[in-house]
Write a protein that binds this ligand. Structure first.
Ligand code: PLP
Length: 358
């Protein structure tokens, strides 16, 4: 198969695809495809609970936190976070480090008066400001961050301690790419379609004591308290996407869990940034301390070569390297399922294309 660098929906481990294909018509002798199972039936309930348990084990999610499987994607959560967490408060703080956290902030404006604790928009989203530079408001319901900005390639490696104020993190694009200290977060959320499977599943990991702050106008299907009380079965969950996520969790366990995956991800990212930094032909100007291990945006110094670059990449089986339309240039997303060989192939292409065109 060619190597696919899409930011999401993204490449899956080939073993997961093969397993899903082999079980497509008849899941383990049940006579049914997972797509055809009642979510209340014994077979699906087993798939559902195993996925929840495997995720808890992989990320070492403490008993203080609940895992919710819902629908709507991270963009829906941008609205559901204020709806579920404001309680009696009127405001929440937002740390803006890229286009996704900016979007979260804008959506929150529909439900409260959000406050910008800090923003790097004026600097072109190239770094993560240290917590000492965050200006929190008096009594925010929570502080929202995006710990990996998929478009800008900016990753937050330090988890700040904010005392009693819950930290809410959009972890969509680096979920399960390395261990994270879940206990430090009030909420972690994201869509599964990057590192945890396919589109359709949204995960929310929420500290139990934050449940019950939901505003009355919140739709019941997205009331985290109701979803938690019903073990993510208040309404029909995205059963097939949960099944695929479960296969991904088992694959991750076979890889040696998150510490082993992190080591591999660091090796891959190091190789790719090294290739970009090796000459002036390519540019990535993110602060080296905040360079994402998952999403590597870069530009060609001479942007008139963009089309030729992408065409040559495709001919070599290197797919979807085009950058996000808002920033242009290129982007290689190198999620867990991207093998080292794929990153080696793109690094070699960077050298060859420069030699040819430079
Ligand atoms: N947040 C981040 C960090 C993302 O990368 C994305 C998707 O690319 C989103 C939010 C939007 O997620 P969804 O399309 O699942 O709503």
């Amino acid at each position: 198969r060619p190597f696919n660098f899409s930011a999401g929906p993204a490449t899956l481990p080939v073993e997961v695809l093969e397993q899903a294909a082999s079980e497509m018509l008849d899941w383990r002798g049940s006579g049914m495809s997972v797509m055809e199972m009642s979510h209340r039936g014994k077979e699906y309930m087993e798939i559902h609970q195993t996925a929840l348990d495997d995720l808890r084990a992989l990320l070492e999610i403490p008993a203080s936190h609940r895992i919710l499987f819902t629908q709507g994607g991270a963009i829906a959560e941008n609205a559901l976070i204020p709806l579920n967490l404001l309680g009696a408060r009127q405001s929440a703080d937002y740390v803006i480090t890229g286009s996704w956290s900016e979007k979260s902030f804008k959506e929150a404006k529909k439900y409260c008066t959000p406050h910008v604790a800090v923003s790097t928009a004026d600097e072109g989203f190239r770094r993560v400001p240290p917590v000492e530079q965050w200006r929190l408001s008096d009594d925010p319901a929570y502080v929202h961050v995006c710990t990996n900005e998929t478009v800008n390639g900016v990753e937050m490696f330090e988890t700040p301690s904010l005392g009693d104020v819950p930290l809410v993190a959009d972890v969509s694009s680096h979920f399960l790419s390395r261990p994270m200290d879940v206990a430090k977060y009030g909420v972690m959320y994201g869509g599964a379609q990057k590192n945890a499977g396919i589109a359709g599943l949204t995960f929310v990991v929420v500290r139990e004591d934050l449940l019950g702050r939901t505003l009355g106008i919140c739709p019941s299907a997205f009331d985290w308290n109701l979803v938690a009380l019903n073990n993510s079965m208040y309404n029909t969950p995205p059963t097939y996407a949960i099944y695929i996520a479960g296969l991904v969790f088992q694959w991750l366990k076979r890889q040696g869990g998150l510490p082993a995956i992190e080591a591999r991800n660091r090796e891959k990212a190091g190789l790719l940034y090294g290739a970009i930094d090796a000459s002036d032909f390519y540019v990535n100007d993110v602060d080296p301390a905040a360079r994402s291990l998952m999403n590597v945006p870069f530009r060609l110094h001479d942007e008139t070569l963009n089309e030729a670059f992408l065409k040559g990449a495709k001919e070599r089986g290197l797919l979807q390297l085009k950058g996000h339309k808002s920033v242009g240039g290129m982007r290689a997303s190198i999620y867990n399922a991207m093998p080292l060989e794929g990153v080696q192939a793109v690094a070699a292409y960077l050298r060859d294309f420069e030699r040819q065109a430079g």
